[in-house]
Ligand binder design. Structure first.
Ligand SMILES: Cc1cc2nc3c(=O)[nH]c(=O)nc-3n(C[C@H](O)[C@H](O)[C@H](O)COP(=O)(O)OP(=O)(O)OC[C@H]3O[C@@H](n4cnc5c(N)ncnc54)[C@H](O)[C@@H]3O)c2cc1C
Length: 492
């Protein structure tokens, strides 16, 4: 349903004019958008980094007045005729009208422009999920997690061609096989997009038609896309583009291509430091490696207890929170000796500490070096295996060289023509054919969280890269290089 704008709000100004105004104002309204999207030919914008409850407010970019004494690029124009409206007045009108359109349309729970998606499907939206254009997905379920967070389930709507449906199923399947991935969701009124990380189906039951994605979204105060998503209800649509592939955790851990095993207590370990909705990345990583023997330890930090309610309870308490329900399903599928979740809540004065990370890491360190080790927290176990460590000084060790990692944004799809084989003998697909890999520490959350733990990411050549490892983990690695030689840190 097209949402009509009340004439009383806008006078005789047409919606099209207002949208053009909004577009012209976009650079000022959206300080953080590097390239605006266009409806017909979306560009590959970079979503802003995680700006959620953990991060401090990014500074507002102010429109700077001309400097006193600065050279004038051209002679001053003649004074405008008196009848001409001042640009300031026009700008003010445009802002007011733009806001009116935005609030009149964005406030609708039943959607705004093409809410049932049918018009866009007819106009070519039926091509299915792809990296170039946004296509409408239907919201088929919505579950509340806490007062500020919810899970939306999206599915390709009816009306998409068989080809489009197959493309979507294949793209989503390939993304899950790759490991970590996200999709971009567009806010149609402002034409801006942000990344969201789909939650895996941890119970092993495939979704109905292979086109479903579940997004765990936190509403950011003043945030455009998260607030827009918070108003989406079942029956409306959201525009999605992707998938955007991130890192291949299974290949890095050295178990890519392995078969599901029932062996308990795998030889490798993935430790995830997850801030808020960073838990989605943690669950993706778990999904990627748990089938092959690796153990996963998640240190999950939230601001409020609501976000992880039921996690430490047994019985039905956990059922109210869909993310907690997923974590519990993962533990019952793979065993709580292989899936560890440790909960930290700011409001309860509990934080992830260097000591808690060290405990998780030392578990595997002890296993690899032959001593007793902490795993799970505080429990002493015996060494199970000696794992060969890759020669990460070798720059052709594509999955494990720290120098290569610093310059990377993501891994290429395994098996694709661009994919390189690892020369260090550490992955199932390595040139030596030996398995080995490295343990992983993944840091996933808002920018400030990542920077504090592993140092900031860097930008080069228009790409956001891993950058050197620093932060608390960098400090820990400097103190104990022997342990950290067996670990790789990924900033997500
Ligand atoms: C790979 C990746 C995966 C992600 N996965 C998820 C996920 O699964 N779930 C999830 O919830 N999030 C995820 N995020 C974060 C998500 O992409 C968004 O950044 C988040 O939802 C906020 O977007 P927004 O449009 O709502 O906020 P924005 O509009 O971008 O605002 C962000 C913050 O900036 C402030 N701000 C806005 N405008 C200004 C201004 N002019 N001056 C100063 N401050 C301003 C806002 O008040 C707010 O605090 C992911 C990010 C990445 C990069």
């Amino acid at each position: 349903m097209r949402h009509t704008v009340k004439p009383s709000l806008l006078g005789n100004v047409s919606t099209g004019t207002i949208q053009r105004w909004i577009c012209s104002l976009q650079p000022r309204l959206q300080h953080h958008i590097k390239q605006p999207l266009t409806a017909s030919e979306p560009t590959d914008i970079q979503s802003i980094r995680w700006q959620r409850t953990f991060s401090s407010s990014r500074p507002h970019r102010k429109l700077t007045p001309p400097q006193k004494g600065a050279p004038s690029p051209s002679p001053p124009p003649p004074p405008p005729p008196k009848t001409r409206r001042s640009p300031l007045l026009l700008l003010t009108l445009a802002v007011l009208a733009g806001s009116a359109v935005y609030w009149a349309t964005a406030g609708s729970t039943s959607g705004s422009f093409d809410d049932n998606g049918q018009r866009r499907l007819a106009a070519g939206g039926g091509i299915g999920l792809n990296k170039e254009t946004f296509v409408p997905f239907a919201v088929v379920a919505r579950e509340e997690v806490s007062p500020t967070a919810f899970v939306l389930t999206l599915r390709l709507p009816e009306g998409v061609s068989d080809e489009g449906r197959t493309r979507t199923v294949d793209a989503i399947k390939a993304a899950w096989q790759h490991g970590l991935w996200s999709v971009e969701v567009k806010q149609p009124q402002l034409q801006i997009a942000r990344d969201y990380t789909p939650l895996p189906n941890v119970d092993g039951v495939p979704n109905e038609d292979g086109t479903e994605m579940r997004l765990f979204v936190r509403v950011v105060h003043g945030g455009e896309v998260s607030r827009y998503l918070s108003r989406r209800t079942v029956g409306s649509t959201v525009d999605v583009r992707g998938p955007r592939l991130s890192f291949d955790v299974a290949a890095r851990v050295g178990e890519a291509g392995g078969k599901e095993t029932t062996t308990k207590g795998g030889e490798k370990q993935v430790v995830v430091l997850a801030g808020g909705t960073g838990i989605s990345t943690a669950l993706q990583a778990a999904h990627a490696v748990l089938g092959q023997g690796t153990s996963v330890s998640i240190l999950w930090a939230n601001r409020q207890a609501d976000d992880s309610i039921g996690l430490n309870e047994t019985g039905n308490g956990a059922a109210v929170n869909p993310v907690v329900r997923d974590i519990k399903a993962l533990q019952s599928r793979y065993g709580s000796d292989r899936v560890h979740i440790h909960n930290f809540v700011d409001a309860q004065q509990t934080w992830i500490t260097e000591a808690s990370v060290r405990k998780s890491i030392e578990g595997t360190d002890g296993a690899a070096s032959g001593g007793s080790w902490y795993w799970p927290w505080g429990k002493t176990q015996k060494k199970t295996a000696v794992v060969p460590q890759p020669d990460t000084t070798n720059p052709t060790c594509v999955y494990h060289s720290p120098r290569m990692l610093e310059r990377m944004e993501a891994d290429v799809l395994r098996g694709s023509p661009k994919a390189k084989k690892c020369s260090c003998g550490t992955t199932a697909e390595s040139t030596t054919g030996q398995a080995g890999g490295k343990n992983l520490v993944l840091v996933s959350g808002p920018d400030g969280f990542i920077a504090a733990w592993a140092g900031p990411k860097t930008w080069a050549g228009g790409q956001e890269r891993q950058g050197p490892m620093s932060g608390i983990l960098g400090h820990m690695a400097a103190k104990d290089p022997q342990t950290f030689a067996k670990w790789q840190v990924l900033k997500l």
